[in-house]
Design a protein around this ligand. Sequence first.
Ligand SMILES: CC(C)(COP(=O)(O)OP(=O)(O)OC[C@H]1O[C@@H](n2cnc3c(N)ncnc32)[C@H](O)[C@@H]1OP(=O)(O)O)[C@@H](O)C(=O)NCCC(=O)NCCS
Length: 222
Amino acid sequence: MLRQGLSKAVARPWNRDVDEAHLALIRGGPGFLAECGAELRSLGAPAVSSPPLPEHAAGPWVEAGYRPAESLEVFSRDLSERIPEAERPTRVIRHPDWQAIEDLDRPAFEPRWRLDTEGLRDAFSATPVAAVIVTGEPEPVGFAIVGQGAIAGYLQRIAVVPDRQGEGFGRALVRASLQWAKRRGARHMLLNTLPGNSAAAKLYGDEGFERIDDELRLYRYA
Ligand SMILES: CC(C)(COP(=O)(O)OP(=O)(O)OC[C@H]1O[C@@H](n2cnc3c(N)ncnc32)[C@H](O)[C@@H]1OP(=O)(O)O)[C@@H](O)C(=O)NCCC(=O)NCCS
């Protein structure tokens, strides 16, 4: 936790493989963000990255000297439309074993985009209500983290281990996540993905998601 007066931010390692820091701003302006960046650099982080931010939230970061880095595409799915049944078994995990979830996440993503247990917990805590859904029996082969905000659901994370991809587990996780959010009253489901992730984009398109104009971007202090 970084604090200065009323300003507050939370920093964590990017992940086990990439030697950078992740910084989430809770309260504060550009001066504080610049100090956080400098402080984390002085502690040895070669770079400090923001969470994915919409353009309207980027101002203080840019003013603080953070530079635009990767952009992410945003997809939305109307939940009033019918959601087909998942064709693979899925179940909601009440008390996730975060290490076991990380073990599923790790092989599915290239090093930069892996989440370790702290990052997965962050994704889970990003909304007031959230669930981890797993698929595969007896041992899980994939998981989704889905959250619920005021009117939107958020598919925060989805992954299937590489040697079980292409067998319908990803589709089942998407459907189970849509159903979970719809049951809780969400009107639509949002998610973001890296441009060029054609497997994911194809799956989301098939399951009724449409790309929307919004874009999210990471900002990096280096
Ligand atoms: C995206 C992901 C979760 C899909 O899971 P999956 O179990 O492989 O998906 P499914 O078997 O249910 O396939 C669903 C559809 O995805 C698409 N798809 C899956 N693998 C694909 C590939 N290698 N290339 C192109 N499309 C592919 C196809 O449209 C497929 O439907 P089809 O089999 O009817 O053609 C999985 O590929 C994954 O974990 N990727 C790495 C992590 C990741 O990118 N997560 C999403 C971040 S936004």
